[in-house]
Design a protein around this ligand. Structure first.
Ligand code: SF4
Length: 347
C-alpha cells in the first residue's frame, strides 16, 4: 500500500525548485450573477516548468476552456494569481503586455476553421509579425524565417505560396503550429489540436509537437478529451471536474494508479492497447449526467455520480490527499474522502 497524507498544499508544487514558467494559484472565475451565477473555475492550481507538457482533461463544461483563456490572458480571474516567471500578466500594460503576449500562443482544434482560406501559408505564418514587427526586422529575414518554420513542422519551401484548401488536415495543423511558433513562445496552449484529424495523422502531428519541444524547449498545456493522446504527450496530468482540479500528478502515476473515482472511471472507459490490462480492468459506469454548473452539489461535487460516495461526501468538502510520486517529480494529489489505493480497488 502506498503512503498517503492529507494537506492543504497546492497540487503539483514540488519544494525547492526554481520558479516555474507558469504558476496558477487558487484561480476562480464566475460568470453571471444571482441564481444564474456559473462558477467555471473554483480555486484552480496549475504549475508548469519550461519545456514540459501538462495534459488537461475532463468532460466538456469542466472549465478547461475557461482556464485556457485565463492562461492566454484573455479572461481575468475573479480571485487567485497567475504568474509567468513570477510576473502577473494581468498587471502589465502597453509594451510590456505586448511583449508578454508573444510568449504565450495557441494552437486551435480545427485547422479547417482556424486558418483564413484567402491567405497563403507564408501570409498565415507571418501574420503575427504585423503586431510584433521587431521579431523579424526585414523582408529578407522574414522569408528565411518562414522557410525555417515550414521546415520545423515538416513542410517544404514550396508550400509557402499554397493556400489552405491545397493542404490536407494534418498539413493545415502543421501550418497552425508554425504560426504559433512565429513569435518564439515559451508556452503554447494546444486546444484539442488533433481531435479533428484521422488517427494516423494524429500520430504525425503529435510527433511534430514532441520534436519541437525537444528542439526548442517550448512548454505545452495540452487540452484533450482523448486520454490516449494525453498519455502519449503529457509529462503531467491535471483532471478537472465542474471547475475544480480533482486529481493531478505525473502522467504514469495518474494513468496507472488513479486515486480519484472520477479519474478511475475516465481511465476505465478509455480504449486500452494492452490486452492483459483490458482483461483486468472493468469499465466503471458513472451514474447520471454531469450536474449543472449553476447548481453544484454540496460536499464533493462528484458525489451525485460516484460509486464510492458515502454520507460524509454530501456534507463535507473532500480533503486534498497527497501520495508521493512513483517517479522523481510532483506529488500525486486527489480531492477525495475515500481515494483509491491501487487498480485492484476499482471494482
Ligand atoms: S469524496 Fe466521496 S463522492 Fe467525492 S469522489 Fe471521493 S468517494 Fe466519491
Amino acid at each position: 500500500m502506498t503512503e498517503s497524507r492529507t494537506t492543504t498544499a497546492a497540487p503539483g508544487a514540488p519544494a525547492g525548485e526554481n520558479p516555474p514558467l507558469l504558476e496558477v494559484s487558487g484561480v476562480t472565475k464566475s460568470f453571471g450573477g444571482g441564481r444564474r451565477r456559473l462558477t467555471a473555475l473554483d480555486g484552480v492550481d496549475v504549475r508548469l516548468g519550461r519545456g514540459e507538457t501538462l495534459g488537461l482533461v475532463g468532460e466538456s463544461g469542466c472549465g478547461k476552456s475557461t482556464l485556457a483563456r485565463v492562461l492566454l490572458g484573455l479572461e481575468r480571474p475573479d480571485a487567485g494569481t497567475v504568474r509567468y516567471d513570477g510576473v502577473d500578466p494581468f498587471a502589465l500594460r502597453g509594451k510590456e503586455l505586448l511583449n508578454w503576449r508573444r510568449r504565450v500562443q495557441m494552437v486551435f482544434q480545427d485547422p479547417f476553421a482556424s486558418l483564413n482560406a484567402r491567405m497563403s501559408a507564408a501570409d498565415l505564418i507571418s501574420e503575427p509579425w504585423r503586431t510584433h514587427p521587431d521579431v523579424v526586422p526585414d523582408a529578407k529575414a522574414r522569408e528565411k524565417r518562414i522557410r525555417e518554420l515550414l521546415s520545423l513542422v515538416g513542410l517544404r519551401d514550396g508550400d509557402a505560396h499554397r493556400y489552405p484548401n491545397e493542404f490536407s488536415g494534418g498539413q493545415r495543423q502543421r501550418i497552425g503550429i508554425a504560426r504559433a511558433l512565429a513569435l518564439d513562445p515559451d508556452l503554447i496552449v494546444c486546444d484539442e489540436p488533433v481531435s479533428a484529424l484521422d488517427l494516423s495523422v494524429q500520430a504525425q502531428v503529435l510527433n511534430v509537437l514532441s520534436e519541437l519541444q525537444s528542439r526548442l524547449g517550448v512548454a505545452y498545456v495540452f487540452i484533450s478529451h482523448d486520454l490516449s493522446v494525453v498519455r502519449y504527450i503529457a509529462d503531467r496530468v491535471t483532471v478537472m471536474y465542474l471547475g475544480k482540479v480533482i486529481e493531478h500528478g505525473e502522467t504514469e502515476d495518474v494513468f496507472d494508479r488513479p486515486q480519484h473515482p472520477y479519474t478511475a472511471a475516465l481511465m476505465s472507459a478509455a480504449p486500452v492497447l494492452d490486452a492483459s490490462r483490458a482483461a483486468h480492468d472493468q469499465e466503471i459506469q458513472l451514474k447520471g449526467e454531469i450536474p449543472s454548473p449553476f447548481d453544484i452539489p454540496s460536499g464533493c461535487r462528484f458525489r451525485t455520480r460516484c460509486w464510492r460516495a458515502q454520507d460524509t461526501c454530501a456534507t463535507e468538502a473532500p480533503p486534498l490527499v497527497v501520495r508521493p510520486s512513483e517517479g522523481a517529480g510532483d506529488d500525486h494529489t486527489a480531492l477525495c474522502h475515500f481515494p483509491l489505493e491501487a487498480r485492484s480497488a476499482w471494482a
